[in-house]
Design a protein around this ligand. Structure first.
Ligand code: APR
Ligand code: ZN
Ligand code: ZN
Length: 368
C-alpha cells in the first residue's frame, strides 16, 4: 500500500481538497504509475459538480503522463521505468465493436479492479477510471501507452483527453484530407486541437470561429488561416464565403468538414448549415443532458449528402495515436506546448477550475 497526496472531490459542489489516499500495489493486469503531470479538464469540474454521477468521493485528474513504478501479474505491454501517457480507452479486444474492427466503440474498456481509498478506507471513484491528480495512481495496464521518454510530461499528458479529442475529431472522425476546407466552431482547448489536427492532415483552409478575439488569436498560432468572430459576423455566411473563395467557385456551399467544439445546439446548427452539400459535421463539444437537437426542417437534412457525426475521445485508439502524435511533437510538427497555459502545483486545482470557468486558460497542468 502506498500513501500519497491527491486531489479529492468529497461532495457535490464543494471545493476539492488535498487528501492522503491509499494506493494498492498492482494486482493482475494492473499498473502503478508515478504521475509527473496531469492537465485540468472540464470533465474534472463536471465530476465535482455532480454532473457525471453521484459516486462521491471522486479522485480527480485524467490527462496525465508519468512513469510506471510496478506492474501486476501477467502484464507484458509495459514495465517499470516506462514513460507513459494514460488513457481511458483500454479496449477489451472481444466485445462486438472490437470484433468488427471498430475498437474505438469498445463498450467494455478496462480500468483497475482494485480500489484506491481515503485514509479511512472509503473507496474512491477515479475520474474516467484514472484519478491522476495524485502522486501515484493505479490503472489497468492497458491504460498506459508507452511514448518517447524525452517528451515533456506536461505537454504529452494532454493527449490523454482534451487535446486528443480535438485532434482526433479532425483526423479520425472528420477524416480531413489534403486541401480540405475545414471550419472549427469554438476555439478553446478542444477546438484549437481540432485546428492543429486539421493542419496536420493537410487541410488547405482552416476557418476558426469563436465569440472571443483572444481565442481567435490563439487559433491562428495553431494553424487557422481565417478567423470569424461570430458575435460580430454571421458564422454560416462567413464560412460559406471563405469556402467559396478557397474553392474558386462562387457556388461552393460551405466547408468540407465543420467541427463543433462548443457543445451547444445553436453552434451545432451553424455547423449543420455551414457544411458543403457533401460535407461532414463533427460534434466534439460536450452538450449537457438537457440540450436538444435544433428544430431543423427535415427537408434541409434530405437536401444534402455528407454526414453528421459525433466524436467521443476523438475516436482515438491510444496505442496507435499517442506515440504518433508524440513523435510529431518531438519533430516540431505539432505544438503541444501551446496548450500548456501554466504549470501549477497539486494544491492549485481549485484555483485552476476558477480560471477555466472564466475562459482564461487552454490548460492548467499540475506538475508533480
Ligand atoms: N460560438 C462560438 N464559440 C463559442 C460560443 C459560441 N456561441 N460559445 C462559447 N464559445 C467558445 C468560447 O469562447 C471558448 O473559446 O467556445 C470555446 C469553449 O472552450 P473551452 O471552454 O475552453 O472548452 P474546451 O476545453 O475547448 O471544451 C469544449 O467540450 O468538454 C466540453 O465543456 C466542454 O463545452 C466544452 C467543449
Ligand atoms: Zn471491446
Ligand atoms: Zn478530459
Amino acid at each position: 500500500m502506498h500513501e500519497v497526496k491527491a486531489v479529492v472531490a468529497k461532495s457535490v459542489g464543494e471545493p476539492v481538497s488535498l487528501e492522503t489516499i491509499l494506493v494498492p500495489d498492482p494486482g493482475p493486469g494492473e499498473a502503478l504509475v508515478q504521475v509527473q503531470a496531469c492537465g485540468v479538464c472540464h470533465t474534472d469540474l463536471h465530476y465535482r459538480e455532480g454532473g457525471i454521477n453521484d459516486e462521491f468521493p471522486f479522485l480527480l485528474g485524467h490527462e496525465a503522463a508519468g512513469v510506471v513504478e510496478a506492474v501486476g501479474e501477467g502484464v507484458t505491454a509495459v514495465a517499470p521505468g516506462d514513460f507513459v501517457v494514460l488513457n481511458w480507452r483500454a479496449v477489451c479486444g472481444d466485445c462486438r465493436a472490437c470484433d468488427r474492427g471498430e475498437p474505438q466503440y469498445c463498450f467494455n474498456t478496462h480500468n483497475a479492479t482494485q480500489k484506491m481509498t481515503l485514509a479511512d478506507g472509503t473507496p474512491l471513484s477515479p475520474a474516467l477510471g484514472i484519478g491522476a491528480f495524485a502522486e501515484k495512481t493505479l490503472v489497468a495496464a492497458g491504460q498506459c501507452t508507452k511514448v518517447d521518454p524525452e517528451a515533456r510530461p506536461a505537454a504529452v499528458g494532454l493527449l490523454g483527453c482534451g487535446v486528443m479529442a480535438g485532434i482526433g475529431a479532425a483526423i479520425n472522425t472528420g477524416n480531413v484530407s489534403r486541401g480540405d476546407v475545414v471550419a472549427v466552431i469554438g476555439c478553446g482547448g478542444v477546438g484549437v486541437a481540432a485546428i492543429a489536427g486539421a493542419a496536420l492532415a493537410g487541410a488547405g483552409t482552416i476557418i476558426a470561429v469563436d465569440i472571443d478575439d483572444k481565442k481567435l488569436e490563439g487559433a491562428r498560432k495553431l494553424g487557422a488561416t481565417h478567423t470569424v468572430n461570430s458575435k460580430e459576423t454571421d458564422a454560416v455566411a462567413a464560412i460559406k464565403a471563405i469556402a467559396g473563395a478557397a474553392a474558386g467557385h462562387e457556388g461552393a456551399d460551405g466547408a468540407d468538414v465543420v467541427i463543433e467544439a462548443v457543445g451547444r445546439p445553436e453552434t451545432w446548427e451553424q455547423a449543420f448549415y455551414a457544411r458543403d452539400l457533401a460535407g461532414t459535421v463533427v460534434l466534439v463539444g460536450v452538450p449537457t443532458p438537457d440540450m436538444k437537437v435544433p428544430q431543423i426542417p427535415l427537408i434541409d437534412v434530405f437536401g444534402r449528402g455528407g454526414s453528421l457525426k459525433s466524436s467521443w475521445y476523438g475516436d482515438c485508439l491510444p496505442n496507435r495515436d499517442f506515440p504518433m502524435l508524440v513523435d510529431l511533437y518531438r519533430q516540431g510538427r505539432l505544438d503541444l506546448d501551446a496548450f500548456v497555459t501554466e504549470e501549477i502545483g497539486i494544491e492549485d486545482v481549485e484555483a485552476a477550475f476558477e480560471k477555466m470557468h472564466h475562459g482564461e486558460v487552454l490548460r492548467s497542468v499540475v506538475v508533480l
